[in-house]
Design a protein around this ligand. Structure first.
Ligand SMILES: Cc1cc2nc3c(=O)[nH]c(=O)nc-3n(C[C@H](O)[C@H](O)[C@H](O)COP(=O)(O)O)c2cc1C
Length: 342
């Protein structure tokens, strides 16, 4: 079943999707994934429309294989001036330490609608979404141009909502997953990946791609045997030589032990799983602005921490099973998912 879905629908040899990972998925990384026989995915969530176009063109120059683009469905920005001021104040110890106190706060705006147009203009045939469901106008526009649309769900109810909205497939993101939770309906819950898969199968007809904690062929096969049409792999590929993750992020993953990850909203205002560090610990009881404002407020901290080599202030997204990750090129890592005994 997985092989047919991969070949006929995703246009790739194996039922594996390289997780879209905003900030990490350089053209080289996406193309290396596509060339390794899995679905490469550009995590375009934080990109402008122009940067999205440039990234797509670069991937096309590096591979003639199928790849997808992932977008963040925009949310209403709901932060008062007072909330923003308090959240900014809470970040001052970090801003001071990194010499950023004089930097003005710049709030971002989403170019989602323009990005969707770029996807169509550039002839990308698969587009996935997280943080919600695009409106009907966008879905119809993409379908009119034969773009296959994939939603993200973290509960059965969200998976049903994705199906009812008319999307073509769903990524079921389990509680082990690294990075941001795609949650868009109450309640916020962490359901183990295999349990989410088993409770959703039979409730929807859409093809299912499972994500969260999949680090080996054995875990992949367990998902495919339980009814998944494909698996989506993030953390295991994040350390690949071609990945754009910060070297300190890769190092932290490769040296990690069990139970080193935690959920935090401190970097972006939205819950995400990463390797616990000083920033996450300090910010636990501090005021945080809602997403995406908090993301804007911490942007310079993360950038400067990267430049100064301070892993304690970086957002080092990683899934719960991070301690199982091994180094390699994309090709080598993908091969471990295809050959027994790894
Ligand atoms: C560094 C990082 C960035 C991520 N960024 C995105 C993103 O931009 N869009 C998205 O849909 N999912 C994103 N995710 C979540 C992945 O799609 C996927 O759910 C997760 O990586 C699966 O769990 P695993 O990391 O244990 O394999 C990200 C995950 C990581 C680790």
């Amino acid at each position: 079943m997985g092989a047919l879905f991969a070949q006929n629908t995703l246009g790739v040899a194996t039922p594996i999707v390289q997780a879209p990972m905003a900030g990490v998925t350089t053209p080289e990384f996406v193309a290396a994934s596509a060339n390794a026989g899995i679905l490469g995915s550009i995590g375009a969530g934080y990109l402008t429309a122009e940067a999205t176009r440039n990234c797509i063109r670069e991937v096309k120059s590096l591979t003639d294989k199928s790849f997808s683009v992932n977008l963040f469905v925009p949310e209403k920005v709901d932060a008062s001036d007072e909330q923003i001021a308090q959240a900014h104040e809470a970040l001052k110890p970090f801003l001071q330490e990194l010499n950023l106190l004089e930097e003005p706060v710049k709030l971002s705006t989403s170019e989602f609608a323009e990005q969707v147009k770029v996807v169509v203009d550039e002839g990308v045939k698969i587009c996935s979404f997280t943080f919600g469901i695009p409106d009907q106008e966008i879905i119809s526009y993409l379908h009119k141009h034969n773009v296959y649309c994939i939603g993200t769900a973290t509960t059965v109810d969200e998976a049903i909502a994705v199906e009812q909205a008319g999307l073509d497939a769903v990524v079921l993101q389990g509680g082990e997953a690294g990075g941001h939770r795609g949650t868009f309906l109450e309640p916020f819950v962490l359901i183990p990946t295999i349990e989410l898969l088993k409770t959703t199968t039979g409730k929807i007809k859409l093809p299912i791609i499972t994500a969260g904690g999949i680090m080996s062929k054995q875990q992949m096969d367990e998902m495919l045997d339980a009814g998944a049409d494909a698996v989506q792999i993030g953390t295991a590929l994040l350390v690949a030589e071609e990945s754009g993750a910060h070297p300190l992020h890769k190092e932290a993953i490769l040296q990690s032990e069990k139970d080193v990850t935690a959920l935090t909203a401190a970097f972006s205002g939205k819950a995400a799983r990463g390797i616990l560090n000083d920033f996450m610990t300090y910010m636990k009881d501090q005021p945080i602005a809602p997403y995406p404002v908090q993301n804007d407020l911490t942007k310079e901290i993360r950038k400067e921490a990267g430049q100064q080599g301070k892993a304690e202030y970086l957002s080092m997204w990683a899934g719960k099973n991070v301690f199982l990750v091994k180094a390699g090129t994309v090709e080598e890592i993908v091969q471990r998912f295809l050959i027994e005994d790894h």
